[in-house]
Design a protein around this ligand. Structure first.
Ligand SMILES: [Zn+2]
Length: 322
């Protein structure tokens, strides 16, 4: 979302010189260029093209400059910037195939990723790079502020395909600190079409109004809303018949909520399965499914509760290990 955060300066050469494979296993990541953000962190987006090529639309309207996109108006250097992507690709392919000659042949045979990740479109949070996973390992969909919207054909299609066809074992919602979408939802500025999308986050604010309004520091309130937004998107996944049906038929898919801290690059598991609110609303959202030979009666009648219990037990085990 933070369009003004285009990587440049000292960060770029380092990233450019490292191939994907070289990045694997590395612990040092180029520090992103910091910049002052606008009040919403979003407001600059629609206006970036406004000044370029002023005069192109002279006479189109009383006192307004209409800018018509034209290839000749492309800034000098943009083709080099663009070509870099294709050059990177060719170099990366040759590096990978040198290490493993049949890498792409194997990939072409099909995918069986164990994870579905729903992330934010923000360029600073690439899920596969952050988790050091390779092509074929994570099924990914990203949108502004990592939302799971019931009527979004895209995400519901991705979800159904991932669960029912790919049979993923884990679904992860990953939000991140400094999310421009979440920040924009906290302001009263209008940004056009995206207002409708961000309305979903305003609803999250409304659901957690008490907790949020008790936080005096606006930055901490922002960080809390990022977290609560992830929690609610996990609940939105719980609410789907796709996730519930998986459990009701013995497919034990787990749903996780993460926040990536942009300042450290570290991902935090929110352990949404241990949060109490769902227990109060589960009766409203849980479907009962017909008897299925692969599922227990508990899984069939209370699919989300079954998942949360199992996940809680597992995270408890995990904590014991440390
Ligand atoms: Zn974001």
């Amino acid at each position: 979302m933070s369009e003004s955060n285009t990587p440049h300066g000292h960060g770029e050469p380092l990233l450019r010189s490292m191939s994907w494979s070289a990045l694997r296993g590395m612990t040092v990541v180029a520090s992103p260029t910091t910049q002052a953000s606008s009040s919403t962190g979003y407001a600059a987006a629609p206006s970036t093209g406004a000044g370029a090529g002023a005069g192109a639309g002279a006479g189109a309207g009383a006192g307004t400059d209409v800018v018509r996109p034209s290839p000749s108006a492309m800034p000098v250097g943009s083709s080099e910037q663009y070509n870099r992507l294709l050059e990177n690709n060719r170099r990366w392919v040759s590096e990978i195939t040198e290490l493993q000659p049949d890498f792409f042949e194997v990939l072409a045979r099909g995918q069986k990723p164990p994870y579905l990740l729903i992330g934010c479109s923000d360029s600073r949070v690439p899920p596969d790079m952050l988790t050091q996973t390779m092509p074929g390992e994570i099924f990914i969909t990203r949108n502004v502020a990592n939302l799971v919207v019931n009527t979004d054909m895209n995400i519901m299609t991705v979800l159904q395909y991932a669960v029912e066809v790919l049979k993923v074992q884990h679904i992860i919602v990953m939000g991140h600190t400094e999310c421009g979408g979440v920040r924009a939802s906290m302001s009263n500025d209008s940004h056009g079409l995206i207002d409708k999308w961000l309305r979903n986050i305003k609803d999250v604010s409304r659901l957690h109004h008490k907790e949020l309004s008790a936080i005096a520091d606006p930055n901490k309130r922002f960080a809390k809303l990022v977290e609560l937004n992830v929690v609610e998107q996990v609940y939105n996944l719980y609410k789907t018949s796709v996730v519930q049906h998986a459990w009701a038929t013995g497919h034990h898919v787990q749903v996780h909520g993460w926040v990536c801290d942009i300042r450290t690059g570290l991902i935090h598991d929110l352990h949404v399965e241990n949060r109490p609110e769902w227990n109060e609303i589960s009766k409203l959202y849980e479907f009962n499914f017909p008897a299925h030979p692969n599922a227990t009666e508990q899984e069939r009648l209370h699919p989300v509760e079954s998942m949360r219990n199992e996940m809680s037990a597992r995270s408890g085990e995990h904590h014991h290990e440390h």
